[in-house]
Design a protein. Structure first.
Length: 95
């Protein structure tokens, strides 16, 4: 398998990718965030913003454990950051 073949296979399964760090960097003003672009800090900030959705977790990963060292927990927090950031950015665009 070649790198080009891998790229084609990847793109066929994941035709659109989002960079949550870039979204946060570009949307700092709308997100009212001037902290470090660190996953946990950004996640906590977005959860505290008024009017953002409360995401309820179900599954084997406890919601109050640190993300460092757990790929499942990192993936969960990254998904929540993506959803919360887009929610804030969409609300900002409507005002």
């Amino acid at each position: 398998s070649s790198p080009a073949g891998f790229g084609e296979a990847w793109a066929s399964q994941f035709s659109c990718l989002f960079d949550t760090r870039l979204i946060a960097h570009e949307g700092r003003h709308a997100l009212r965030y001037d902290g470090r672009l660190e996953l946990n800090e950004l996640h906590q900030h977005l959860q505290r913003l008024p009017g953002t959705s409360c995401i309820e977790r179900h599954g084997p990963l406890p919601p109050d454990r640190p993300t460092h060292g757990s790929s499942g927990q990192d993936a969960t927090v990254t998904a929540e950051v993506f959803l919360l950031a887009l929610e804030v950015l969409m609300r900002e665009a409507l005002t």
